[in-house]
Ligand binder design. Sequence first.
Ligand code: 10D
Ligand code: SF4
Length: 343
Amino acid sequence: MSAASPGTEPAASVTVPARPTSGGGKRVLLAKPRGYCAGVDRAVVAVEKALELYGPPVYVRKEIVHNRHVVDTLRQRGVIFVEETSEVPEGALVVFSAHGVSPAVHEEAKARDLRTIDATCPLVTKVHREVRRFAGEDYDILLIGHEGHEEVEGTSGEAPDRVQLVDTAEDVRKVTVRDPSKVVWLSQTTLSVDETMERVDQLRERFPEIADPPSDDICYATSNRQVAVKAMAAECDLVLVVGSRNSSNSKRLVEVALQAGARAARLVDYAHEVDQAWLEGVETVGVTSGASVPDVLVMELLEWLGERGWGDVQEVTTANEKIAFALPRELRGTGEGARSSVR
Ligand code: 10D
Ligand code: SF4
């Protein structure tokens, strides 16, 4: 992976405050960057704009992003979430989620005369383009990703005959290609950077000529959040990651925290889900959140911790993110630069 992700300024220096040496050492280390990425903010704004311009109901295929609070809030405002476009009434408006959809889904929507807004993150679209390009050049594409995840379903759908999903080490052992000199690996955007590199090493042992993606597929937000949690993990007795169970990048933060030396790590949607028993004997609590998580949920967790004695909060900054994306094409000119209100 590249040293600094695009749209990111590395912090001038990263200081992880040392533990207090004597008594009353309860403290919180708060990771930065955490929470909303540019693709999530754009997707949530797209739904808000659709509600504003066309009024409810607005249909959204799948969860716009994998966060319970975001989905529940938008549902209360008049969004109807569906699993498939076949559930959307003919002629109605449907938004495609940030995770992207296959060309077959676009075709189905067209056939049913649906009006569409495509909120696919531009960094996911970039991987779709790579699949089309390598498939066009007749490569076998080994897509590293998690089975059943919406993003890989959309990405694979660009060239189902050429893409094979590689999730586990066992998948690497089993996969076969037509011509080992014409094979490339690509990946889902929200994977563990370290685990992916392990998978790539295993693939390279089997296929020494395997080509790399033209640029990193794991996105800046995923890798920055992992770097931040890694920086503080070894100092933490417990890391609390705010995020939903179906959020790949949030779940990866729990794993990365544990691998980087946190004594324990847990995923919670809300502060009230924290079990008091997790805090027994704990001095340093690390806090971070996934790329689909509004910061208000992190603030509520800090308040909850503060009420229980963890009021000393120190931010550990490993990078400053500067990236923002233009609205989906269908919404251009409807007020650029807006930020989502579910934050
Ligand atoms: O599960 P996930 O990490 O891919 O999605 P989530 O909605 O939690 O975060 C945003 C990431 C997207 C839309 C994939 F690029
Ligand atoms: Fe885009 Fe990365 Fe955010 Fe996914 S996690 S929406 S790829 S910026």
